[in-house]
Design a protein around this ligand. Sequence first.
Ligand SMILES: Nc1ncnc2c1ncn2[C@@H]1O[C@H](COP(=O)(O)OP(=O)(O)OP(=O)(O)O)[C@@H](O)[C@H]1O
Length: 689
Amino acid sequence: MSRSPAGRQPEVKGWLADSFDDFFGNTAVSSSTVSAKLPRSNSGRNCQQNKDPSSVPACSKSKVLPKKRTKSSSVDLPGNKCRQNQSQSQDEPWVDKYKPETQNDLAVQKKKIEEVETWLKTHAFQRPPKQGGSVLLLTGPPGCGKTATIQILAKDLDIQVQEWTNPILLDFTKEDLRSTFGHVSNFHTFPSQAQAALFQDFLLRANKYNKLQMLGESSGNDKKLILIEDIPNQFYRDPSSLHEILRRFVRTSRCPLIFIISDNFSGDSNQRLLFPKEILEELCISVISFKPIAPTNMMKVLNRIAATEASMNGDKNYAPDRTSLELLCRGCSGDIRSAINSLQFSSMKDFSLEKNFWSRKEGNSKLKHGAAAVCKSRKKSKCDPSEDQEIQAIGGKDASIFLFHALGKIIYCKREPLSESEVLQLPSHLSEYRRDTLLIQPEVIVEKSHMSGSMFNLYLHQNYIEFFTDIDDVVRASEYLSTADVLCSNWNSRLVMEEYSASVATRGVIHSNTSRAFAHCQGGMGFRPLHKPQWFFINNKYQENCLAARSLFSSFCLPPECLQTELLPYLAMLANPMRNQAQIAFIQDVGRLPLKRRFGRLKLETLTDKDPGTPDRFASFEGDHDGVHATEMDVQMEQNRTHESGSDGFPLSSSQCSGSELPCSQPQPVAAQAAMEEDELKIEEYDSD
Ligand SMILES: Nc1ncnc2c1ncn2[C@@H]1O[C@H](COP(=O)(O)OP(=O)(O)OP(=O)(O)O)[C@@H](O)[C@H]1O
């Protein structure tokens, strides 16, 4: 019943065979993963190409080695070489079919290509370097051409690429490891560490041994580089084990080592986790950050592909027009892989005719016009993919914006002038509320920042004032922020209300700023740094004090807030509160707010452009403030344990530790002491024992 018509069988078999080549007797050479990649002209289609068997390092011979997703169709396996036919080439993913072959084909910024090329030349040809190893870290959003750039440059410079891909170690045992390496390894071989062990071994061998020279190969250049894109999971759990391996590698390195790490929506946290600043410095690791593919470059590539396909299969494929390509381009957030895939998908005849995506999609023409108009008004490259959420082409990525940019969009709030006919005539008593049209949707921006509304509000609250010029505007904005705060105050409804709260805060701040009310008066602001909220520090301090209060005055059986706001101020007024030293210090610190005391401004921490914004300890508890508090308590407990006072055994808040260098919302003990002397107040020590 479900049998396919005979005519369709070869086609089905074609893609089935492609995808399951590993199971059709080709496992011996299926390790595209860790194999050295030879320079090649057109790997995906060249049936004659030889594969170098010597290039499979020890670990690749061990177990199952999966093919890499992006390269699956470009691997020349003997089994599928002869099966390639017309229908297969039509099914071939366009990202592979139109993979760049030369530097000129790359849609990547020229400057970045040059940077990587210079680094490669320096580290592959001018060895040995004076100090440290040759390790490069390439970062940037997914699909911005990092891997493609390395592959093309390596081909141009005649450098082999030896790449690591995580093996699957479902049933890897100590015995397996022993039989693979022929000796009892020094590594602990329980499964969670096997990947890391194999990785270390791969690195050691790749660094130590040259490729075997095969018949017919020139002996000229034996340069190679090691490429790591697939990082063993173990290193995310225990980054120090990666650092140790890298230290060893750097001491003996003979060839460059390149890591590729793609940014994710939570910023560069993976990068910071695996390669913290200290390690970058210690091992002299170079970092080159790629940017999303620029819309103009993306359009060129999409145009070229669409034109080629249209000319080849005029009747089969439906070529999208320029506006459609623009939509597609803007929906993929600078990810060329996603853009090409979407183009292929949307160009399929079945899809485009049956669903009539480009021509009849409901409301599409309106959107297209909207897109075109917005683009036009903002001139060429100013079209920002992230700003027009409704204009999501098929396959459009769920775009994200780094917090830094998201805040910038709210605070700078770009506007578009209204034509006379469009101007909504407000009654004269409301004329002060007239504004040009906003080019952004604040709610969408908050959503794309992947941050809870209340956390976003915190950042906005910290930074908006610098961008205001009128005190009345500040008053209005702060009222909106207060309202937003109240909306989130009930834990029961917080999850739902956060979206409304962020909407009130962002729109309130935008609307209040009369200096940015019209498109014509938006210039001249210049760049101003953004900062992280002081709230983090103050909240920390608050938690810290609560813990200390509870533990120092446990006998009163009062909640910490009550202790700090009622009991301690009262005790501070007593000449002889009958307390021990730790308690007295705490009373001085928390229980008194003498008017003469001067509070310095906190030193603010700058927000960098890829900062995820949510401090690590808040990250997993976003949206759950009780959770936040619980975590903070734990963190604080830990800190307090380290600060424990030797004499009393009481945990002290950090403000009581004289060495504290951080600016402090509370007076330092010395300050408290000084203030106390001014007030001529004496608190005697009382030994309760
Ligand atoms: N003109 C082009 N420039 C760059 N890449 C292109 C171009 N045309 C097609 N491509 C294809 O787009 C894909 C780009 O993905 P690539 O792996 O280089 O990105 P990446 O930045 O390494 O991201 P990821 O970390 O997600 O792999 C490749 O499959 C490449 O063949």
